[in-house]
Design a protein around this ligand. Sequence first.
Ligand SMILES: Nc1nc2c(ncn2[C@@H]2O[C@H](COP(=O)(O)OP(=O)(O)OP(=O)(O)O)[C@@H](O)[C@H]2O)c(=O)[nH]1
Ligand SMILES: [Mg+2]
Length: 417
Amino acid sequence: MIRLSGAGAFEIAARVIPTFRADPPRTAHYAAFRDASGALLDRGIYLVFPGPRSETGEDVVEFQCHGGLSVPARLVAAIEAAGARPAHPGEFTRRAVTNGKLDLLQAEALGDLIDAEAPAQAAAALTQLEGGLSRRIGELRAALIELLALLAYDVDFPEEDDGPVSRDRIEAARAAVAAGVERLLGTAPLAERVRRGALVVLAGPPNAGKSSLFNALLGRERALVTEVAGTTRDAIEAHVDFHGWPIRLVDTAGLGETSDRIEALGQEMSRRFADGADLVVVCDDGSAGGRLGDSAIGRLVVRTKADLGGEGEGLPVSALTGEGLPELKRAIVERLFQRGAGFADLEPALTRERHREALTGAREALARTAEQLGPGGESVLAAHHVQEAVRALDSLVGSVDVEEVLDRVFSSFCVGK
Ligand SMILES: Nc1nc2c(ncn2[C@@H]2O[C@H](COP(=O)(O)OP(=O)(O)OP(=O)(O)O)[C@@H](O)[C@H]2O)c(=O)[nH]1
Ligand SMILES: [Mg+2]
């Protein structure tokens, strides 16, 4: 599908489609697509979306032609020859934002939806695309405007000891918004983990069965398995979902005594991955292996090779028989995402550093507001800081015109979106 958007879209389309009609809109028309000399390029469908009722808010024509390399390339060339130019990465979505069809949070969600691998990532992106986070931000913004109104009374009646609105009431309103900002900030770690995928590292002594478990969890033979201790020397990462939740699973070299230089480098790599992990799954087959450091934040101990009997603590699992694998997946999901299998009711949450920075800015501005509401404070200055908080929220949805923010958001988009 080739999308043409902007002023002049209909004139350009008419040069490629001799039978072009803009009426009726949003209807499939079957037509011949021709180049400037009148040569037939393809026959296909075109759809007309007069602005503002289009994806970008501008006049849009969509051409559906046959696939492959040649037909679309020749059709694009003909459309360019008729006066169009290729879109920049993310340009359609950017225009949609500029024309008020989407806000910035929704535009980011569109990118996340396209990038989503695990169902939970798609669900989170859809919540945001449907405007969940935008509404939450809008509620906070409305509360800030309310606070400004209360402060305006105070500013207007500076001489009165007992103004129409007491300082206590203003401070209570401020504290309520601040609590809302805090709650939203609290969603960031989990939401960012959903968007990026949680880093889960399999670690443990050599020969503990890490690679076998890695393969069993992936459901395919990705890593080499042998009875030789020290088989895995590099870290191997694979993307997988457990019960719909996104996991970046890493198999690592076994940790223990070694005189082999390459194995030692592999162990160094294992430690680095374990340090950066959201969760380290410590594999122990019960034999007197090397011990792992306690550096990792989250650890989950599993007893590998459970089919062999043996003793030891940890969740029993067997890569050979599959025993304990569903329980392990569930335990990992519960530890990382603090919930069971369901993600249909995901709350709107802060999914990016950009969101966290903006909310942190609002939090700081509200703290400065509190200082000015205290003894010796000035209502005018308090109001100034509340306005700072409003601007921080506005930069999030894009209702302030900041080219820099737009550039940052759209730099990662692909062409045609
Ligand atoms: N019976 C049984 N044997 C297993 C199981 N998992 C692994 N093994 C065997 O244990 C040996 C080591 O398995 P690996 O998966 O290569 O162990 P590793 O921890 O990745 O080893 P290194 O990469 O060398 O650190 C192999 O001979 C496997 O066949 C299991 O669940 N049951
Ligand atoms: Mg291995």
